[in-house]
Design a protein around this ligand. Sequence first.
Ligand code: ADP
Ligand code: ZN
Ligand code: ZN
Length: 765
Amino acid sequence: MLSTFYSKQLAIISNLEHTNLSKPSLYLQVAVPVPMRQLFTYKVPLNLQTPSIKLGERVVVPFAGRQLVAVVITMSVCCEFDENKVKAITSRQQDEYIFTDSQLNFLHQCAHYYHHPIGDVISQALPVLLRQVESVDIKKVKLWQACVENNTDESDEPSLVDTLALLSKRSPKQAQLYKIIQQHQGITWAELRILGFTKTPLNALVDKNLIVAKAVQPQAFTWHDKQLNQDNKLALTVEQALVVSSVTQKLNAFSCHLLEGITGSGKTEVYLQIIEAVLAQSKQVLVLVPEIGLTPQTLSRFEQRFNLPIFLHHSGLNNNERLQTWLAAKQGSAAIIIGTRSAIFSPLINAGMIIVDEEHDSSLKQQDGFRYHGRDIAILRARQHNIPIVLGSATPSLESFHNALMGKYHHHQLLKRPGKSVEAKIELIDMAVQQVEQGLSASLIDEITQTLARGEQVLIFLNRRGFAPAVSCQECHDIIHCLRCNKPYTLHQEQRLLICHHCGSQKRVPKQCGQCGSVRLLPLGQGTEQLEQRLAEMFSDYSAVRIDRDSTRRKGELAKLLQQVSDKKHQLLIGTQMLAKGHHFPDVTLVAVLDVDGALFSYDFRAAEQMAQLLTQVGGRAGRASKPGKVLVQTHYPQHPLLQDLVNNGYHHFAVQALTERKLAHLPPYYYQTLFRAEANYPSYPDKFLRALTAQPLNGCEFAGPIPAAMEKKAGKYRFHLIVQAKQRRDLHKGIKQLLANIKQNPWHNKVRWSLDIDPQDLSW
Ligand code: ADP
Ligand code: ZN
Ligand code: ZN
């Protein structure tokens, strides 16, 4: 629909061009990067009308006293406003980086689905350098190449073979780097950095004339067989072969595939062989990975297989590198783009396939501003390009799982590991029958000691996410429940209140346990910081390393730490779920999860799903064929049905059960949700603002709340939630539209900061 709209617009413009009269007035409706749900009209001064303006072009406009870069969405020759009041654009960014119809169409669909201002959506899709008013000086991409022959015949020069032999003895790092560049002629520095190299060996190789960097003129890649390196290509197992043939059968039509494969079942090999088929058509492939999922191991597998330009997109790149990836996508020179969620906006000129690895991962959802889900809009995008999309995971999200079971997605399973290695078994440690010392059970301490003594590594998870403060009795382990909903109450520390996040009922925190009378009532899942300290003290003979978002903020830090782990510089690894993804630690034979109880009794219905995903993923990280691994989980509730199901029957079975529960409880994926968040300096404002929203009945929709957020006060602001949900997405969509249309009449709307989250993933804040 939108594209026909655009072609009409184009017709108007070309008619204008054919009249030889002096140019008439021209008005642009542009998207401005501000949080307002509208386009803005500007006129184009005569001197800026040639060459003719194109839709999707960037122009500079005056806006509220500033100059901003805006994108042209429509044009017209007449204007519905008072012509004298319409401002003129300041200038045009005359470069070739304009959005195509199809990109604009995609961004419009995103804005529409998420009810988000189009200007902000477009601005997210533009690299920072193209959002700047000053014109950009684009540095050419430098691609590294290895010299494969000596360039002189003079006999006093040692032969390349001799040089390399010497190199691997004297400077193994340089030799390693040379080998990678030789295997993948035309690799970028951004890739080498992820692989863990520094500039020192790079410069050393340059000085030795062993490698050179070529600044290349971007041009679309074309496939030839030499670009495929067959050396490490594996003969597929039957399971794998079935997936590859099913996906590659129809490459030129939309289809969505869920690849559910246990950890280590060879999903990456499946991706590689599917990608091969797409590249062979000279089409581009986009691979989305979790925020820290771009591991050296994975990247080097891609590089060793395909001798074609691979471009990266992630938070570790500088603005120029990001722009280069964007351009390489647009100009067709990038064959493969591997990136985190916002890579979905890469303007691929010739898209052939999208792969979303670890599709259940929460980092695919943007948690502020434009709150899109990378996986969901990837599906939208694949549909638009009419190409296949593959969602892969050992632990699919219940949403994708449901769609697969309903037959909306092709469902493929990899149930076996190709080699001899087996998944580690999860064992529960019943904390009730254990000597517990500051959160560590005697059996766990024992196992850690033994593992370290054998010279193997231990990985310890502090499960921070998915936690919500339910209150439990330290003696009988009873959880305080709302009697009306039979759901745990959530502790609101600030007010010393228990609030049910299902019906909103409140009560004071009791002094004694209702079951056994004990006064030892405490929130679940506390004290992970002390635990960590305690571990380090207890095993002070060994080196402990902490890997989480904070310890890896600096560029290259994660690669460095991971390298140290694989060099066995550390024996004790402590981390959050960030470590559960994609990394292979062959010498880790014991994984311990210290506390899962918070997730079992959270008001956030996704907490249990996330816990199950975490446990299953970490199970896949422990051990290998020669050294089988173990996963130990500490809990006060070993009989909890969800835990039992997971431990005895595995994730797939757990997921089926969890879906049944969701269905009964009218929760996603059976119901669709939208979350309004509001905050202000006084608690009554957000409460009243959200309450006023519930005053208008919405067809087919129901409200839950308003209730205080689990973290009800942050940075001096009081925060409240309102959930709107419906059985039909259509009803929810209409309802939200209606609420937004009337929101300015809400007497409290200027007193609060509010935001909208379509398909919210995290209800804890
Ligand atoms: P996943 O991504 O599913 O966790 P990987 O693709 O990393 O699994 O594969 C796990 C291991 O199995 C890797 O070492 C890989 O080389 C090996 N592997 C994968 N497919 C095969 C195959 N068809 N034959 C032999 N080994 C395989
Ligand atoms: Zn009790
Ligand atoms: Zn209740």
